[in-house]
Ligand binder design. Structure first.
Ligand code: HEC
Length: 276
């Protein structure tokens, strides 16, 4: 697996992001930087909302531009994609699980889980408090925030919408599906995010966002490594083109760059607005 240090574009993105943060504070002297980082400036719900937005963008991009368009080029995506005899890429839900696994391995105490009331995989069925709150989310699509007493974790749940035709067709015809009449726009599930503290400093907030970005790069790199080991299937060429143009896949840098273009402006506006 490639590490973040080997990924020059990711480092540049992180540096640029940090630099812009610093600029937004008017080139602060060292003392106030220290003070700023010791002050917790964001509530946990604000931060989980930011990272959930980044996730929406990444997930839609992966589902539409890689899985949707890739399938049209004959590329395969499978729940057993990691098995040696299966030559395929990760399904969107498993891409997300890959991100969650990568975050878990790192130092940032951020938890991520994708569940539903009618899951394909029984292990993804919401239970207890999360099942109750998911009923509300289904009605109004509003996020839900609560403190999980048992796990001692601040928890936020966000609707996971059928944002692409691929979501609906695949779930409806899956052999293990528990519901076969999903339609575009449905709340198919929710992402649950958890964090142990009720407020975060700038640094902790940027750490959360970066651990998510690093997670997406990690799982994407694993997918590209899987392709390298293909024996039977045609291997897409990896560069700056996307499956929309043919049998191509973007490099991790190109993929992350698109995510950043689509999402970080919104996140940055929030980071800056909270400072004023
Ligand atoms: C090509 C098939 C396929 C596509 C496309 C797909 N999914 Fe899934 N999805 C699955 C499978 C299979 C699982 C179960 C994975 C696992 O083992 O956890 C799953 C899991 C999920 C879950 C967790 C609950 C469950 O059903 O197990 C949600 C929520 C979900 N998908 C929503 C979506 C959304 C929203 C999209 C589009 C943005 C999407 N899926 C696209 C096949 C697909």
């Amino acid at each position: 697996m490639k590490r973040i240090e080997e990924n020059p574009l990711l480092i540049i993105a992180v540096l640029l992001f940090s630099f812009m943060l610093l600029q937004s504070c008017g080139g602060v002297p060292e003392e106030s930087t220290k003070e700023m980082s010791s002050n917790n400036v964001f509530s946990v719900s604000e931060v989980l909302e930011m990272v959930s937005k980044e996730n929406d963008v990444t997930r839609t991009l992966y589902t539409k531009a890689i899985v949707g368009k890739g399938k049209a080029q004959g590329m395969k995506f499978d729940e057993d994609w990691r098995k040696d005899d299966v030559e395929a890429g990760p399904l969107p839900a498993l891409f997300l699980r890959g991100v969650a696994t990568s975050i878990k391995k790192g130092p940032v105490p951020l938890g991520l889980y994708l569940g539903s009331d009618f899951p394909v995989n029984a292990a993804n069925k919401f239970e207890g408090k999360q099942a109750d709150l998911f009923k509300k989310i289904k009605k109004d699509q509003e996020p839900q925030f609560f403190y999980d007493e048992d796990q001692e974790l601040h928890t936020a749940m966000f609707a996971d919408l059928a944002s692409a035709a691929a979501c609906v067709t695949c779930h409806n015809k899956h052999p293990q599906t528990t519901k076969d009449d999903w339609v575009l726009g449905d709340v198919m599930g929710a992402t649950t995010w958890q964090y142990p503290k009720d407020s975060l400093s700038y640094k902790e907030t940027v750490d959360v966002l970066n651990s998510y970005a690093k997670g997406t790069v990690d799982i994407y790199v694993q997918y590209l490594e899987e392709i390298k080991a293909f024996k039977e299937s045609e291997k897409p060429s990896i560069g700056d083109k996307w499956p929309a143009e043919g049998k191509y896949l973007p490099t991790p840098e190109v993929f992350l760059d698109s995510v950043r273009k689509l999402s970080s402006y919104e996140t940055m506006k929030k980071l800056i607005a909270a400072k004023d």
